[in-house]
Ligand binder design. Structure first.
Ligand SMILES: [Fe+2]
Length: 343
């Protein structure tokens, strides 16, 4: 059965533990994704909760330069949203890397970004099993010192994750704890390794994906990584050329930095989503969440005070991910579901 957007928001609010004593705040950009706004409000009202809608003139960053950060509307937005209990972000780009997010969650409020088409929201709706698996993976990361990634295609990469304060992003697609942010739908674990600690080589192979371009790699690309930065990009096909061009356009050495790294854990997420759907209708959460992917990223990293809208997420297939001596992904197959841990 296909559920309506309003029915989906009702189910999501129930996962988030929304009560009739609470108020939902919906942040959107004027004239954009209005069907999500209406569904978010209707669902809140049907559960007896309040709903406040906050429309900004624009909050999304450009996908190519030029870029100047524009925060004029942010204080007023925070004043409104900060008084809500559950903030739904339906802006086009999402306030993922913004101070709006850290400010709202810093006040103990829950915040959820929503961008995917309705049937993706429905098919990948989170549940307690996924939550438990992601939490268990977070425990593995917490105790780790080195993340090592290899593949038959030639990837060999290490990150230092030994910090006792390692920032860990646990995403299961709903916000059931005070101060929690998530993106519906999600199913992955990631961390921000020590800045400038990544070293080695990444070999993208056909079938890997570049988000937010929503592009499936067709020809191999080799990226050399030294002390946390991409220093060389080689390959004969269009993707090597496009990656070189993209990074160069920003005219900013910081965009070459590696950012978060982790692996997908959602049993229902599929690599074929980019072919089954119109790729540009997707935000890419399904590819980020495919169980057993290795996902690394570039650019923006609030834990390293690196602010840039140049941020690529790159899920890769067929990798082996080791946390110290423990294999969490082997040749693209997830090894660390809770059932496996208990065995
Ligand atoms: Fe990312």
């Amino acid at each position: 059965m296909t559920m309506s957007l309003t029915e989906l928001f009702i189910k999501q609010y129930q996962l988030c533990g929304l009560t009739d004593k609470e108020t939902v705040g919906v942040i959107y950009e004027l004239g954009k994704k209005t069907e999500y706004v209406e569904a978010a409000v209707a669902a809140a009202r049907s559960l007896g909760a309040g709903a406040l809608v906050l429309g900004a003139s624009s909050l999304s960053n450009p996908t190519l330069p030029p870029y100047t950060s524009d925060g004029r509307e942010v204080p007023a937005l925070l004043a409104g949203a900060g008084n809500c209990d559950l903030v739904i972000d339906v802006t086009v780009g999402g306030l993922i890397h913004s101070s709006v997010r850290t400010n709202i969650t810093g006040q103990g409020k829950r915040m959820l970004f929503v961008a995917e088409p309705a049937d993706v929201l429905e098919r990948l709706m989170g549940d307690d099993t996924l939550r438990r698996d992601v939490d268990a993976a977070a425990e593995i990361l917490k105790g780790g010192k080195v993340m090592k990634v290899t593949s038959a295609a030639g990837t060999h990469l290490t990150y230092d994750i030994a910090s006792p304060d390692l920032p860990i992003t646990r995403q299961w697609g709903f916000v059931d704890e005070p101060g929690r942010w998530d993106h519906w739908p999600s199913g992955f674990i990631a961390c921000f390794p020590r800045d400038r600690s990544a070293n080695g080589q990444i070999v993208l192979q056909p079938g890997d994906v570049v988000i937010p371009w929503q592009r499936i790699i067709q020809t191999p690309v080799t990226l050399t990584v030294k002390d946390g930065f991409i220093t060389e990009i080689t390959g004969e096909g269009p993707e090597a050329f496009l990656l070189r061009d993209y990074f160069a356009r920003w005219n900013d050495p910081e965009v070459y930095a590696l950012s978060h790294a982790g692996w997908g854990m959602h049993p229902m997420a599929s690599w074929t989503a980019l072919d089954v759907y119109d790729p540009r209708s997707l935000y890419g959460q399904e590819l980020r969440s495919v169980a057993g992917n290795f996902m690394w990223s570039t650019g923006s990293n609030r834990f390293a005070n690196r602010e840039t809208p140049a941020h690529l997420d790159i899920p890769m297939r067929g990798c082996t991910v080791m946390i110290d001596d423990r294999a969490v992904v082997v040749d693209g197959q997830l090894q660390c579901m809770t059932e496996a841990l208990a065995a």
